[in-house]
Structure formats: structure tokens, C-alpha cells
Design a protein around this ligand. Structure first.
Ligand code: IPD
Length: 277
């Protein structure tokens, strides 16, 4: 019911703000304790684990029936399937590489899904004090002020966020991927990357950028940002232009259908070349 949602929202907002202090206080520390997960670029720090435990214990003591899908727990216990039950999808630090380098673009990303649909999305960068929030059907906000996607409709006028250079199905910098990236660099107004999929999505939501795509991500990287983009009037699709896959491991976000069309055409062509190799 509505009053429950208000309670969930107020509770998670308070917990996220407190958790943000942990991120902020540790960001400037140059000697972060790092562990490697699947590769030398797949990182986890003591702060990731501390924030995740803080959020899960705070939420589960308030809402004992709620379920969790969270990055560092999943790394240890395997991924949990999303069910119809109220489920908090948590990335304790999105942009861990940034955090390790004290590059000030990391955030806490947290979303509540009910019946497999996003109800609440919060992306909080406590270093730059950017709090992005959205609730289903109620719009998207940055520090309490309503945000909207840009009016950009053509690729040549668009600022495109190209996050990592991989492209399905290889996630490697092959000649086909290099060709795609260079065609986007020359074919767009310019390109950027913040190093956090959640913050990249929020940049599309507030009109700072016009489109963004990313392959090889996980559901917790985009669960909150996706709702924020949609509530800001933007589109989130599969990179081929169809509906977003429920596993959420690839995304295209844009301010307009025309940008989705222009980008998905190029992304599909590259993917087809890689598949036919
Ligand atoms: C990563 C960031 C990055 C994206 C990677 C993610 P993490 O998340 O969102 O921008 O390109 O695919 O894994 O590991 O910092 O939570």
C-alpha cells in the first residue's frame, strides 16, 4: 500500500545518507584495502562490504520479510533470483575503480523492486553531494529538484557516454569494437565516461548527457538508475533496441527514441559482426 511505500522510502533514504558518510570518509584515503574478485579490474574494498552490511542490516531489521540482491553478497553466495517479493537491489559502491583511485564519482545505488517492477530508485554520490531519487510514477529528482532528460534527438548533436570498451559477446577491445567506438567519437558531438553505470544513467536522466550504453554490467549497477531515467522521461532498452532483458546485464539509455534507433543500429551491427566471427 501507499503508506508502506512512504515508510520504505523514508527508511532507505535515511540509511543511504548515513551509509554515504562511510563512503565519503573513506574516499580520500590513498591506501584502501583492495581485494580482486574475478580479475585485476574487478575490485572490492573493505568499504564496499561495510556499506553493504550496514544497508542490509538496517533494512532487514525494519522489514524482516524483504529480500536482498546485493553485489558483494552475490560474489560470495551466488546470485539470488528476483522474485515477486519486495527485494532491495544494492550496489554498495558503484564505481569501485573510481573509489580506489579517489576519483570523486562513486555512489551507492539502491532500488526496491516489488512484483519484479522498480518502485524506488536511489543513487547517491556523497562526495559531490548528488542525491538522485525516483519513485514509480512520481518523477525523478536531483537533490529534491525535479529532473528531465535532454531534448536531443540526433546523434551528431548528442553527448554519448561510452563506459567500457567491451561489446557483447566478447567484452574485449577487438578491431570491430575499435571501429564502433571511433565511429561514435566522430559521429557524436562528443563522448564521456564517469566510471559508474549508475551515475552515467543519472547523467542521462538530468540531461547532462544524451545517451549511454554498457555491456557486461549486473542488475545492481542499473536497477536504481533505470527507474531514474524512465521517471525523467528517458528510455532504457536493450542495446539492440528491444525491451531491456530482465537479467539487466546490458543496457542502452537515451533521451529520445531517435537516439535509441541511431545507436541500436550501430550496436547491433557490431554485435552481429562479433557473433559471425
Ligand atoms: C562497475 C561500474 C562500471 C561498469 C562496470 C561495473 P562496480 O560497477 O558500474 O561503470 O562499466 O561494468 O561493473 O564494480 O564499480 O560496482
Amino acid at each position: 500500500s501507499l503508506s508502506n511505500l512512504d515508510l520504505y522510502y523514508d527508511t532507505v533514504l535515511n540509511l543511504t545518507k548515513s551509509a554515504g558518510q562511510i563512503l565519503r570518509e573513506n574516499n580520500s584515503n590513498r591506501d584502501k584495502y583492495i581485494e580482486f574478485k574475478t580479475s585485476p579490474t574487478d575490485l572490492v574494498t573493505k568499504t564496499d562490504t561495510e556499506i553493504e552490511n550496514y544497508l542490509i542490516s538496517g533494512l532487514s531489521s525494519n522489514f524482516p520479510d524483504h529480500k536482498f540482491i546485493a553485489e558483494e553478497s552475490a560474489a560470495k553466495q551466488g546470485e539470488t533470483l528476483l522474485t515477486d517479493a519486495p527485494t532491495w537491489i544494492i550496489d554498495p559502491i558503484d564505481g569501485t575503480m573510481n573509489f580506489v583511485h579517489s576519483f570523486p564519482h562513486s555512489c551507492i545505488s539502491i532500488a526496491l523492486y516489488i512484483n519484479k517492477e522498480p518502485a524506488i530508485g536511489i543513487v547517491y554520490n556523497p562526495i559531490l553531494e548528488q542525491l538522485f531519487t525516483a519513485r514509480s510514477g512520481k518523477g525523478a529528482f536531483l537533490n529534491g529538484k525535479q529532473i528531465r532528460v535532454s531534448n536531443t534527438t540526433s546523434l551528431s548533436k548528442a553527448l554519448i557516454i561510452i563506459e567500457n570498451y567491451g561489446c557483447a559477446p566478447v567484452h574485449q577491445i577487438t578491431p570491430e569494437v575499435v571501429e564502433l567506438i571511433s565511429s561514435l567519437i566522430t559521429g557524436s558531438h562528443s563522448t564521456r565516461a564517469l566510471g559508474s553505470a549508475a551515475l552515467d544513467l543519472c547523467m542521462v536522466a538530468c540531461g547532462g548527457a544524451d545517451a549511454f550504453y554498457n555491456y557486461g554490467i549486473k542488475i545492481w549497477d542499473i536497477a536504481a538508475g533505470m527507474l531514474i531515467v524512465r521517471e525523467a522521461g528517458g528510455l532504457c532498452t536493450d542495446p539492440r533496441g528491444g525491451p531491456l532483458h530482465s537479467t539487466g546485464n546490458r543496457i542502452l539509455a537515451a533521451s529520445s527514441q531517435n537516439l535509441v534507433d541511431e545507436l541500436s543500429k550501430r550496436l547491433s551491427e557490431t554485435e552481429d559482426k562479433l557473433l559471425n566471427k
